[in-house]
Design a protein around this ligand. Structure first.
Ligand SMILES: Cc1cc2nc3c(=O)[nH]c(=O)nc-3n(C[C@H](O)[C@H](O)[C@H](O)COP(=O)(O)O)c2cc1C
Length: 196
C-alpha cells in the first residue's frame, strides 16, 4: 500500500488534468463516474458540478477513490450510466473498479456550492498491475467523446453533437473493437436520452 501525496507519481498522477474514474458510495450503493484531478506542482484539486451523484457523495463523505485505468470503454460507460455491482471489488474496504490498474483514496473538505472546487490529498493507494500499450487515437477519442456526450446532454448544444459524429468517424478507423463498441453504446445513449 502507498500513502500520502509523495505516492502520486507511483499511481500515475502527474501535472495536468488526470482523467480517472471516481468511485463513491452512498448507503452501500457504489457510484462510478469520470472526474478530472488537476495537479499543478504541489497543488491538487477537483471541480465537481452539482447535480451528479459524485458531487453529492463527495460532499457528504469528503472522499472518493480515483480508479486509474487506460480502458476508454469504462470512461464512456460510466459517463452516462451506472455500472453493475460485479464491476467493483473491495480493497482495504474501499470500492475499487476491478478493471483499474491502480487506485488512490483522495480526501478533501468540500463546500456546497453550484460547483465544488476542492483541494484534495492522497490518503492511500495501490498499484494492482502495470499495464502498457501503444497509444491508440481511438481510445483517446472515446474519452473525448464521453466528455462531449455529457456536455451535449447537459447543454443541448448542436456543436457537441457534430463533434460526436466527427469523433465517431476517427474512432471507427483508429480504434479496436472495444473502442468502437464503447462509441456505439455512447451514441445509442446520447440519441435515446436526447429525445427525453
Ligand atoms: C473524461 C471525463 C471527465 C470528467 N470530469 C468531470 C469533472 O472533473 N467534474 C465533473 O463535475 N464532471 C466531470 N465529468 C462529467 C461526469 O462524469 C458526468 O456528469 C457523470 O454523468 C456524473 O455521473 P454521476 O451522476 O454518476 O456522478 C467528466 C466526464 C468525462 C467523460
Amino acid at each position: 500500500m502507498l500513502y500520502g501525496n509523495l505516492a502520486l507519481m507511483d499511481l500515475g498522477i502527474l501535472d495536468g488534468i488526470n482523467e480517472v474514474i471516481a468511485t463513491t458510495e452512498d448507503k452501500g450503493r457504489i457510484n462510478a463516474a469520470p472526474v478530472g484531478i488537476v495537479k499543478d506542482g504541489d497543488s491538487l484539486h477537483v471541480r465537481l458540478f452539482s447535480g451528479t451523484h459524485t458531487y453529492d457523495n463527495f460532499l457528504a463523505s469528503g472522499w472518493f477513490v480515483a480508479n486509474i485505468t487506460h480502458d476508454a470503454w469504462l470512461f464512456a460507460e460510466t459517463a452516462l450510466e451506472d455500472l453493475a455491482p460485479d464491476y467493483f471489488m473491495r480493497r482495504d474496504g474501499l470500492p475499487v473498479l476491478k478493471g483499474a490498474e491502480a487506485w488512490g483514496l483522495f480526501k478533501g473538505e468540500p463546500f456546497a456550492l453550484d460547483i465544488i472546487i476542492a483541494k484534495v490529498e492522497l490518503a492511500e493507494g495501490e498499484v494492482m498491475r502495470k499495464d502498457f500499450r501503444a497509444c491508440n487515437r481511438g481510445a483517446s477519442l472515446v474519452i473525448e467523446a464521453a466528455v462531449a456526450a455529457t456536455r451535449y446532454l447537459a447543454l443541448c448544444t448542436d456543436s457537441y453533437y457534430e463533434e460526436l459524429i466527427r469523433l465517431q468517424r476517427i474512432i471507427n478507423r483508429c480504434g479496436g473493437p472495444r473502442e468502437r463498441e464503447a462509441m456505439d453504446r455512447l451514441m445509442d445513449r446520447v440519441n435515446s436520452y436526447s429525445h427525453i
